[in-house]
Design a protein around this ligand. Structure first.
Ligand SMILES: Nc1ncnc2c1ncn2[C@@H]1O[C@H](COP(=O)(O)OP(=O)(O)OP(=O)(O)O)[C@@H](O)[C@H]1O
Length: 249
């Protein structure tokens, strides 16, 4: 079953055509990596799929429904169910809010104001445990956390209300290599929650090989290769994909 898809989507920014006629389908519980060099249109495509920006042409579907035709409640449901983790935790976390407040907020945004605070807080504690964070982070502001801690808090915030899709846009790229590995290991564990689908956007194909079922390679706004992760990595068909793999080694 497909959860999120697009058909013949393009995006123009004045003279730039960032995405050109892209179609793809993310299955329920599937994980896809979208790779390509800087400027190839990955983030634009992700932002269109997540409803952050509208396409210039083409159609996006969530759970079988065109997002452009959705009534307000369905649209809100779509936005709640497609969460983002960005490269910098600064984009995901409010700088003036303590972590505790940032992590409670998604429950309220989802209309669960009546859920008991105690219940919300115990869910937060369980979620922190899953990403190996101590509860002491709850009383800190984002700038008091290390890069790896802040990114783990961003992951918890995106996932705490069990969205159907989480889009990671270069979410490990800015971390140093050891912390990057730690976060990848955590994401691998989180993937065992089979109800969630993932899109991992990255210029570094090596960071997604253990996290994805399929890989999509983008160049100049188009998909140039798509296939099972193993097949794309072991037997790339496109010369550009070969270059990406070589540069990642
Ligand atoms: N808001 C915008 N206004 C104008 N041009 C934009 C805008 N967003 C993206 N672009 C352009 O669209 C093209 C694709 O950008 P996009 O950020 O989607 O690529 P990317 O593959 O995600 O790159 P990166 O890895 O550097 O983020 C680029 O030429 C970029 O300059």
């Amino acid at each position: 079953m497909t959860i999120l898809s697009c058909e013949d989507v393009s995006k123009h920014f004045k003279d730039t055509v960032a995405v050109k006629g892209v179609s793809l389908a993310l299955g329920a519980a599937e994980s896809i990596g979208i790779v390509g060099e800087s400027g190839s249109g990955k983030s634009t495509l992700a932002n269109i799929l997540g409803g952050l920006i509208p396409p210039t042409s083409g159609t996006v579907y969530f759970d079988g429904e065109k997002i452009s035709d959705m009534k307000k409640t369905d649209y809100m449901n779509f936005r709640q169910n497609v969460q983002f983790v960005f490269q910098s935790p600064k984009e995901s976390l409010h700088p003036y809010l303590k972590v505790r407040t940032s992590l409670r907020e998604p429950f309220y945004a989802k209309g669960r104001r009546r859920t008991l605070k105690k219940e919300i807080d115990s869910q937060i504690l369980r979620a922190l445990e899953r990403v190996q964070l101590n509860e002491s982070v709850l009383d800190k502001y984002p700038h008091q956390l290390s890069g790896g801690q802040a990114q783990r808090v961003s992951i918890v915030r995106a996932m705490i209300t069990d969205p159907k899709v989480v889009i990671f846009d270069e979410a490990v790229s800015a971390l140093d290599i050891l912390v990057q590995r730690e976060v990848i290991e955590i994401l691998k564990k989180l993937r065992q929650n089979i109800r969630t689908s993932y899109l991992f956007i990255t210029h570094d194909i090596s960071t997604v090989q253990s996290l994805t079922d399929r890989i999509i390679v983008m160049k100049d706004g188009r998909i140039v290769e798509i296939g099972k992760t193993e097949d794309v990595l072991n037997d790339p068909q496109n010369s550009y994909t070969k270059k990406l793999i070589e540069s990642a080694i």
